[in-house]
Design a binder for this molecule. Structure first.
Ligand code: FES
Length: 102
């Protein structure tokens, strides 16, 4: 089990948005969906694309390079060419700060 480290201010992640952050050297993509904060790896499992440069679509992140889609709640690769899921991270919100377990 890792430590919960501060990732970003909660107010900077509005409902339906996503944001890529680096936490302790780990590139992570945060998203707020249905009032909950989810965290997955910020790097595509197909090649090394930065998912923070992609866009969010109905609870999925779309990779900017070859348009694979990943479910932001589960990390699951939903459409090819990516087949491997994104790693998921636990999150916690305390006051105005989002923490991620890394
Ligand atoms: S690098 Fe993301 S789908 Fe190819």
């Amino acid at each position: 089990m890792g430590d919960y480290l501060p990732a970003m201010r909660s107010v900077d992640l509005p409902e339906g948005s996503m944001s890529a952050v680096d936490v302790n050297g780990t590139h992570i993509l945060l998203a707020k969906i249905g009032g909950e904060v989810f965290a997955v790896s910020g790097t595509c499992t197909h090649e090394d694309a930065d998912l923070g440069q992609g866009f969010i679509l109905e609870g999925r992140v779309v990779c900017p390079l070859h348009l694979s889609q990943f479910d932001l709640r589960t990390g699951e690769a939903v459409t090819p060419p990516a087949t491997d899921s994104l790693k998921r991270y636990r999150t916690r919100v305390d006051r105005d700060t989002i923490y991620v377990e890394v």
